[in-house]
Design a protein around this ligand. Structure first.
Ligand code: NAP
Length: 309
């Protein structure tokens, strides 16, 4: 029988991905939505998460599709009402909240699933396989896009807890933490922040390896790129392997030759994984990308740049 799902927050990502992907996945049945706007999707609609939880409507799980700041309290209340919880990326604004909600889910014997959509690409899986057991000598992330195109009118991204350029940057970090055979740490970060905003519009990061060899590990994130967008990750290893992930992790080149390319099906992969977790009774909580972003803010030097208008 299909899992009865509630979707909370009908913003851009819920409409672009969650609603259409759930509609074509036989393992799920949309059973309720929560939105501050009028929603006519043929299922009961509630104005707030609290109204949904108090309604007594029968649900198995909820997907949290709002920005990260209010997630902890909504996830806690969902778990307390016996629901399993899928969280959009980034799961919470802080590592403290993520640790606490993971423990809370375990104590309630409910499933918590922290999603990182960029990890759901065949090219990313292949890169991970090729890098297994290797020593990385070089990593460069170039993640540059046009904030005006991708986040029109979204004020939350400029507020504390909204991540700024790390909102897309954390997608790159979620690929890096998946494919590298050993962890990396943030050594230094320069956070270019508009004079009228609280979060960075660009960041240059140097990482250090956890292994006992030198490695050049860097990332360049920028939200001011117009024209062609760059979502690139390059990795080299001591034995001469050279990998290039392109187009956000959908294409993998090995030594300059295209090896893996598959049509984008990230959210199809997310909901297939969620169905597996619900059937097996296991949570999947991955805080590594959030830890790197958190450490960028911890180790970062803020510099002021032109106001963003
Ligand atoms: P968005 O378009 O600004 O929509 C966010 C929605 O969340 C709002 O429209 C609102 O839904 C709901 N919301 C806001 N505050 C809430 C609260 N306190 N309680 C309950 N619901 C609340 O944002 P988005 O682009 O969809 O991004 C949402 C999350 O998805 C972010 O964490 C983002 O990183 C992630 N994400 C976004 C994209 C993308 O392409 N935009 C891609 C992947 C992941 P209603 O208007 O229905 O009330």
């Amino acid at each position: 029988m299909a899992f009865r799902l509630g979707i909370i927050g009908l913003g851009k990502i819920a409409q672009d991905q969650h609603l259409p992907v759930v509609a074509k996945n036989g393992d799920f049945k949309l059973a309720a939505v929560v939105s501050s706007r009028a929603a006519d999707l043929g299922v009961p609609a509630f104005r707030t998460p609290g109204e949904l939880f108090a309604s007594g409507i029968k649900l198995d799980a909820v997907s949290l599709c709002m920005p990260p700041e209010p997630r902890f309290a909504i996830a806690r209340d969902a778990l307390d009402h016996g629901l399993h919880v899928l969280m959009e990326k980034p799961p919470t604004p802080t590592m403290g909240e993520l640790d606490a909600i993971a423990k809370h889910a375990a104590s309630r014997q409910r499933i918590l699933f922290t999603t990182w959509h960029s990890q759901y690409n065949a090219a990313v899986d292949e890169a991970k396989r090729l890098l297994s057991g290797k020593r990385v000598t070089r990593l460069h992330v170039s993640w540059k896009e046009d904030v005006r195109h991708w986040h029109p009118g979204q004020e939350w991204i400029w507020e504390p807890g909204g991540f700024g350029v790390f909102d897309p940057g954390i997608n790159a970090f979620s690929i890096v933490t998946k494919i590298l055979p050993q962890p990396i740490f943030v050594q230094a970060a320069e956070l270019e922040t508009p004079a009228n905003k609280s979060t960075p519009i660009a960041a240059r990061i140097t990482f250090k390896p956890s292994w006992n060899e030198s490695a050049r590990l860097t990332a360049d994130l920028d939200w001011r790129q117009t024209g062609e967008q760059s979502w690139n990750i390059d990795v080299a290893t001591a034995d001469g392997l050279e990998l290039q992930l392109r187009k956000g992790g959908t294409e993998l080149y090995v030594g300059g030759v295209l090896k893996t390319a598959a049509p984008m099906a990230e959210y199809e992969g997310i909901y297939a994984h969620f169905a597996d977790l619900l059937r097996s009774g296991a949570s999947h909580v991955d805080g590594a990308p959030l830890q790197l972003v958190s450490d960028c803010f911890m180790m970062g030097r803020r510099s002021e740049t032109a106001a963003f208008l």
